[in-house]
Write a protein that binds this ligand. Sequence first.
Ligand code: 48F
Length: 275
Amino acid sequence: NYRFAPIEEAQVSRAMIKRYFNQMYDRAVSDIVIVGAGSAGLSCAYHLATSRPDLKITILEANVAPGGGAWLGGQLMTPMVVRKPADRFLTEIGVPFEDEGPFVVVKHAALFTSTVLSRVLALPNVALMNAVAVEDLIVRPDPRAQGSGQRVAGVVTNWTLVALNHDHQSCMDPATITAPVIISATGHDGPMGAFSAKRLVSMGLLKELGNMRGLDMERAEPAIVNGTREVAPGLVMTGMELSEHDGSNRMGPTFGAMMASGIKAAKEAMRIYDS
Ligand code: 48F
């Protein structure tokens, strides 16, 4: 006979509420916010949080399930291709792979995603809020810039169920998180994707979207990694969102650039944070 410890419903609710809202209270001021927990955002979070245990890193993910497009390889096929030398990151987090010469193959993409996710979530300085969407950016006059320069200084958040349904219900105002550095990793254009790139255009901080070009794996991966940078003061962009921002090529189901771009974004964010 299996005997559980006795419990009351209110204890369960309070166990969740206390922790979630304490975290929300604490993270209203964060050191670095990462928007999007896909392969780029999670690789970035791992490098950042392990390099700088002193920083409060807050990840916001619109979906219920973090991981983005990296639960599969391509077209419902599960093996994941990672071009060298990004396999070093797999070794670092402990994901096994088969060597195919110029690239390696992880037997199931979910092995990568679940491993990087569990490594990131185990770090004490990381908070991940899923089912929470960023629906705007906080932008202020930039004290470091001359004239009318603007700086991204935080994000505007809402429950994703609300953010996606603003047309169908009465207004529900959002909450905010401020941070000196925001990293945007929201992926390809879509209902939520490429969020910051599109908002930079509508705010007049970017003239126009570059728009992702046709697929070319050879050129796409270095373009994303080399292009990973602070695209507007206070805002670093990583992963496939950059292809919409810069107009680089689509890359398809090869994931090395997401890991390498995420790591570069983490380094860039630390440089900006410390400057
Ligand atoms: O789409 P996603 O996996 O982007 P990525 O990390 O990786 C791209 C690859 O999956 C693949 C590829 C290259 O290998 O071509 O497409 O660049 O992850 C983006 C995450 O951001 C979340 C979204 O749900 C997804 O999990 N996201 C998007 N918009 C928002 C957001 C938003 N406004 N607020 C919060 N999360």
